[in-house]
Design a protein around this ligand. Sequence first.
Ligand SMILES: [Mg+2]
Length: 392
Amino acid sequence: MLERYRGFLLDIDGVLVRGGQALPGAAEALDLLRARGRVLLLTNNSTRSRAGTAERLRRAGIPAAPEEVLPSSYVAAQFLRGRYGPVRYWCLGEEGIREEMGAAGHVLVPPEEAEWIVVGMDRELTYAKLAQALRALLRGARLLATNEDPTFPTPEGLVPGAGAIVGALRGMGFPPEVVVGKPSPIAFQVALELLGLPPQAVLMIGDRLDTDIAGAQALGLDTALVLSGVTRPADLERAGIRPTYVAQDLRCLAQEGLLGPLESGAMEVLIRSPRMGEVRAVLEEGRAPKTVAALRRALPLKAVARRWGQEVYFATPVAVELEGGAEVVEKGAIGYWPPGRALCLFFGPTPASRNPQEIRPASPVTVVGRVLGDPAALDRIQDGDPIEVLPA
Ligand SMILES: [Mg+2]
């Protein structure tokens, strides 16, 4: 699945780090993605510059170069530079904005002289600063918001985000003229330009449906939602936004252990065999969570077909180890059961025998999914044919 992309855009909070700490396996997963294509880390956080964001990641245990990082402070500076050349600005925000605006050639001036007011999260916001911004806007200054995230996660809980400050200005009658952070197309356009890739070659990976996923989809990017941040599986069922893929976290995604794209808790697989071609099937976690989890870890797997009458069994040479340690299965077999179009996993010492009677009495059968499309395709499989099962 990942081989179809030449570039990856990753959100940072909830994808790589949470509460200032690297998520388990995130650094290694990032390296796997880097080996497959160009990587940029696209964050709405405007409090730091590219260098500052890279430093924050390094402290969290995720080495990243400043050139790999795209905070909204940088996107704002580049957007203004590209559209208007160097501008005179004043800022309601933290040092990340001032650093990036300065590096792009923009000039920080007192609010009464500013052409643009650039707003980001400002943890030293005061009533006096809001009043200064209002006076500048009344004089005709234009308003750019780095992002409109209403809140910002910290280890102590949520705190007001840049959107809260933008909201205060909006409440005074001044909605932002430009918002550059996700889900704005500007964030993705700046990122695609830096990647030097068309949208269809890039996968956006994020933890928020309304910003990371919706914003990327609007520009035609494929998307992967990870469930390691703010989105719960139940949210996904309620939301109208459908990511291309869903994965538990970045580590699972990089290893292609996908849950999606069909529904949360489900995973689509391809079953391939030379005589049959390809058949799609879906593994349904809700029906046999441990089995599906074990199978997901085993994928892609190679097997040999065993056919008895109408039934086809895929005798796998892989060891399938279930979670919890106690339930270790040395050999398993996926079977196809025509009457119910069901995919089954058999446990026990099965594949050595060609006799189904030796398999079934000793082997509890767990239904793990169903075949999509026409199951008659499986009738073309013959005994001894090689079979591959891989993530779709
Ligand atoms: Mg996030």
